[in-house]
Design a protein around this ligand. Structure first.
Ligand code: ZN
Ligand code: ZN
Length: 247
């Protein structure tokens, strides 16, 4: 019989690989396919509502359960770690297609955005593995949260590279590297199980930041009430999953 923990770790690695593939696919779409931009926006809206719910209803309470109220300090640290790298060090960053070619010509703009996104995607992987270290249920919930914004992530980084260099190959490679960062997060967290009480709240803070400040503002830019409504569908999906499977 397979040891239950090793099974969960293997599952985390497999789903980490699928999430990484989502980054690559997002990059591929922006470079080689005329993919309706609307679909990407749907993912952003669903992802925003769903991710916020998972962070607030599952990940953060579970972190407090593991480490006491000091876990909230790590949530705060994770939240502002992304703020530092995505929006303080990087001069110009937003989710979705990068169309501001002028902004991208500044020397380090592209590498700063890549670094910020790589740190964020690394924590996507940390989040998946931390979830599976707690339970299959939490791991699965977090995987869905990560997966929902993986295509837009790959799309974002590839379009940043395209705006700067027009190199299709580099654009897809950048999306692939983000996927690799996610996988690295999964594998490292699976190795460092003793650090779960830090890894879970840190990744909870990252998830909260990505949902509330990267995804939601992009949704709110759309002058379309259907998009705004989809955010609630994301929230409802998470709550229904909770009612059905985690009574
Ligand atoms: Zn821009
Ligand atoms: Zn992400």
């Amino acid at each position: 019989m397979i040891h239950e923990l090793s099974f969960r770790i293997a599952l985390a690695a497999l789903l980490g690989l699928i999430a990484a593939g989502g980054n690559l696919l997002g990059g591929y779409f922006v470079v080689y396919r005329e993919w309706p931009r609307r679909y990407l926006q749907y993912f952003l809206a669903l992802g925003a509502g769903y991710m916020l719910s998972v962070a607030l209803v599952e990940v953060i309470p579970e972190s407090v359960h593991l480490a006491g109220e000091s876990a909230l300090l790590y949530v705060l640290a994770g939240f502002f770690l992304v703020h530092l790298f995505e929006h303080t060090i990087a001069p110009h960053f937003h989710f979705g297609e990068e169309t501001h070619t002028e902004q991208m010509q500044h020397g380090h703009a592209q590498s700063a955005i890549f670094l910020g996104l790589a740190i964020h995607t690394f924590f996507d992987g940390v989040a998946i593995a931390s979830g599976f270290l707690v339970s299959t249920w939490l791991g699965f919930l977090i995987f869905v949260a990560v997966f929902l914004h993986k295509l837009p992530e790959g799309f974002t980084v590839a379009s940043v590279v395209m705006a700067r260099s027009q190199s299709k190959r580099n654009a897809v490679r950048a999306a692939g590297l983000l996927g690799a960062a996610t996988l690295a997060g999964v594998l490292l967290t699976s190795q460092l199980q003793g650090q779960l009480k830090y890894a879970l709240p840190l990744s909870g803070g990252v998830t909260l930041y990505v949902a509330a400040t990267d995804l939601l503002p992009e949704v709110n830019k759309e002058p379309n009430w259907r998009m705004a409504l989809l955010v609630f569908v994301g929230v409802a999906t998470m709550l229904i999953l909770k009612l059905l499977f985690n009574l």
